[in-house]
Design a protein around this ligand. Structure first.
Ligand code: UT7
Length: 317
């Protein structure tokens, strides 16, 4: 994983909008978030995360067959973030594309990688979740600007002779009926560049938080329960649950519903805020580093995001 060194604390935000450290901590669990400096780009951090993943796997860029980047904030619309990584990693044998599935993007990308591995078990696939949400944040809107952060996480997916390891099951879902609750309209092709019909605040992420919250809580619980049930597993069989880090209260609700003790649920939202597609790979990285997942453990990843998209993956580490 890699995050920009610059940290924006809740007390920094107190000086920017009408908010308080207490409100942010109580309502979201967030204390601080990492954000890009004005002259930085998120591909730098996607590259650092990818390079570390390759080094840990003893691989070079040229060993990669495919690069998938989950992001809604690539440096450019063209070329994609995956292409920038392909160049920087000298991944001369890899195809490369970006995937847009908001906060569920990393799980979507992981599931796609898994499908390729099933037909080409010797392939090495780089899956990255990277976001620069600070660039799409309206710093005058207190209802959203306290939530988001920047960062990147990466994994290498490949075949294993140990058959029981890997992805056991997944759910990929979507519900477009509520899309106006969470949007980022500016920059898309519905409007011309600098189109006067589009209000300026539409160039930033807009969210009806309370409505999204209600749906997210229900959906996260449904995703987790469904995938466990159909695999004849109980929540207690999980070594670790790694949920998308959008709001501490959503995670706590999920934990209570599943009757899991705090040590079985990974939470790092305090330090990063919501980093969308980057949140799960960053959490996965920290969980492994802290020794909270070991070889053979059953781990559940669950995410929900704008669109809406939702996804879960049950895996044996
Ligand atoms: O990652 C994609 C999925 N995203 C999510 O799942 C996020 C879901 N939503 C949330 O996490 C929460 O809804 C928020 C954290 C965004 C908001 O928390 P909430 O408990 O739902 O608050 P609210 O929107 O109901 O607002 C409560 C009050 C309002 O004041 P009134 O109307 O009660 O007087 C807001 O104006 O808090 C006010 N408020 C704030 N006050 C201080 C809203 N934002 C702030 C703020 N500081 N930053």
């Amino acid at each position: 994983m890699a995050v920009p060194p610059k940290i924006l604390t809740n007390s920094d935000l107190e000086k920017m909008v009408d908010t308080s450290d207490e409100w942010i901590q109580v309502r979201t669990g967030i204390r601080e978030r990492h954000i890009l400096n004005d002259n930085e780009v998120i591909s730098t951090y996607a590259f650092l995360a990818a390079k570390e993943a390759l080094d840990k796997a003893n691989l070079q860029g040229e060993d990669l067959n495919l690069i998938i980047c989950a992001t809604l904030t690539p440096d450019y619309l063209m070329p994609s973030l995956a292409i920038l990584l392909q160049k920087e990693l000298s991944a001369v044998n890899a195809g490369a594309f970006d995937l847009s599935a908001t906060c569920s993007g990393f799980i979507y990308a992981l599931v796609i990688a898994d499908q390729f591995i099933r037909s080409h078990p010797d392939w090495k696939i780089l899956v990255v979740g990277a976001e620069a949400l600070s660039r799409k944040t309206n710093w005058e809107d207190r209802t959203t600007c306290v939530l988001f952060g920047d960062g990147a996480g990466a994994v290498i997916v490949t075949g294993s002779k140990e058959e029981e390891r890997g992805i056991i099951d997944f759910i990929l879902g979507a519900d477009g009926s509520n899309w106006p609750l969470l949007t980022l309209k500016g920059g898309g092709s519905a409007y011309f560049p600098f189109d006067e019909r589009l209000p300026k605040d539409e160039y930033y992420i807009k969210m009806q938080g309370r409505e999204v919250f209600k749906i997210a809580v229900r959906m996260m619980e449904k995703l987790a329960s469904e995938i466990l049930e159909r695999n004849n597993l109980k929540p207690q069989d999980l070594a670790l649950l790694i949920p998308h880090q959008a709001n501490m209260r959503i995670i706590e609700y999920l934990r209570e519903k599943l009757e899991l003790p705090p040590e079985r649920v990974f939470i790092n939202i305090q330090r990063y805020g919501n980093t969308s597609a980057a949140s799960i790979p960053i959490a996965l990285y920290e969980a492994e580093r802290e020794g909270r997942i070991k070889k053979g453990d059953i781990v559940l990843l669950v995410a929900f995001g704008g669109g809406f998209t939702f996804a879960s993956v049950l895996l044996r580490w």
